[in-house]
Design a protein around this ligand. Structure first.
Ligand code: AMP
Ligand code: MG
Length: 404
């Protein structure tokens, strides 16, 4: 059986081999958060465009202040947005504010905290090095330089940079469409009143949220019964999207038909089991040129396997590199001991209250326990090779992406 890392790698390899260049669209800068850039963003001019003061203080000639205690004549001031008309000559200086261009003649800025100004003179209380508190023109970027490559996912800093260099619209890749199809005769809609032995379709809700968080466009197809003909026709609808994610019906039960139906539709499978708990029966294949994931129906399994396996496929079909699994290390609050030789992903809480990361497994009733899962902000990862860990041991943690 594949480890979760190997299974992820299979998804990434298949994704790299098959992805084309996604279609593009132009969106307003303000609507581009989380999207993937289709065209590079270049510097429209030098950054900074002038020698910029990084402190409030006095613009001086460093050679006038080789030692503390020199007095200089103040010949004017310059604030951000303005330029100083004159030249700083020997023994002279100008008051300057953060963000202002350094006047000609000056080659250093002394922080106001290190000066004693009076009317038209100022005593400089520290010696001065040339270049101090100045960012020279073009030190951050030269005009025409690449700032954001195509394929960059746009976060707040990237958007600010694009805006700073004058892009009020951006060319981005279209989001991949992720069709979501739950399966199970016992599953009813969240708006429905379940019979005594039925369950509402929580999986379609979490999957849609996870897909949206990952940067995809969820397409909700509802629920398919555990009957081949209906399942097949709903799967065929799902194959119109870029990725089809199914929940349920992938175990070894008599009514677990997902893999069989996908096989009949000609799917090529890359894996149909992974050495993890929850989530062992997870399926990944390609059917009619589309990526298909059959995730186990127990809600926690569905959530874990989406994070591990579907996310990299979404990234690749979005036109960007798959983001790494954000595994952290934390100290275990209480011992854990597990039996099955599988890597476990246990609902847990991660906290820094005592100044260091501590993770505590939550009591739970197994992978159907969505109550425990909703109290968790991470998964405690207990590797197959080390199923026992003591309180105080450093362990791995997979944070929930929507919690940090
Ligand atoms: P399965 O993987 O089809 O064997 O389902 C495993 C468990 O998950 C069963 O207890 C199902 O009732 C439950 N389950 C399956 N699909 C859903 C769903 N869409 N929402 C919530 N629970 C589900
Ligand atoms: Mg089922």
């Amino acid at each position: 059986m594949l480890s979760y890392d190997q299974a992820r790698q299979k998804v990434i390899e298949a994704g790299r081999a098959r992805r084309g260049v996604p279609a593009r669209e132009v969106v307003a800068l303000g609507g581009a958060f989380g999207r993937v850039l289709a065209d590079p963003v270049l510097a429209d001019r030098d950054y900074p465009p002038f020698d910029r003061a990084t402190r409030d203080g006095f613009a001086v000639r460093a050679l006038d202040v080789p030692a503390p205690g020199r007095t200089l004549e103040i010949i004017g001031e310059v604030k951000a947005g303005d330029a100083f008309p004159g030249i700083i000559g020997p023994g002279q200086c100008a008051q300057i504010m953060t963000g202002a261009p350094v006047p000609r003649g000056a080659d250093a800025v002394v922080m106001i905290e290190y000066t004693k100004p009076s009317e038209s003179r100022v005593v400089i209380e520290r010696s001065v090095e040339p270049g101090q508190n100045i960012v020279p023109r073009a030190r951050e970027a030269r005009a025409g330089e690449l700032l954001l490559a195509a394929g960059t996912r746009l976060g707040y800093a990237e958007l600010a940079l694009a805006g700073q260099v004058g892009h009020h619209r951006l060319s981005v890749f279209q989001k991949p469409r992720v069709a979501i199809l739950s399966t199970g005769d016992e599953v009813v809609g969240v708006q429905d009143t379940p019979g005594p032995f039925q369950v509402r379709n929580g999986n379609s809700v979490s999957l849609a949220a996870q897909a949206a968080l990952a940067g995809a466009e969820p397409v909700l197809l509802g629920n398919a019964p555990d009957r081949s003909a209906e399942l097949q026709s709903m799967i065929e609808r799902g194959l119109e999207a870029d990725i089809l994610v199914l929940s349920g019906g992938v175990s070894r039960g008599k009514y677990d038909l997902v893999e069989i139906v996908l096989g009949e539709l000609g799917a090529e499978f890359f894996f149909d089991a992974v050495a993890i708990r929850p989530g062992r029966p997870a399926v990944f294949g390609v059917c009619r040129g589309r990526f298909v994931f059959g995730l186990p129906g127990n809600p926690v399994s569905t959530m874990v396997t989406f994070e591990l396996f579907v996310l990299p496929a979404i990234d690749l079909l979005s036109g960007t590199a798959p983001r790494p699994l954000p595994l952290l290390r934390a100290k275990l609050a209480a011992p854990v001991r597990l039996k099955a030789a599988l890597t476990h992903f246990l609902p847990a809480r991660l906290d820094w209250a005592g100044g260091e990361p501590v993770v505590q497994e939550l009591p739970w009733q197994g992978s159907g326990d969505i109550v425990a899962m909703a109290a968790a902000n991470c998964f405690l990862v207990v590797p197959e090779k080390r199923l026992k860990a003591a309180a105080g041991d450093w362990v791995e943690v997979l944070p929930r992406r929507d919690r940090f």
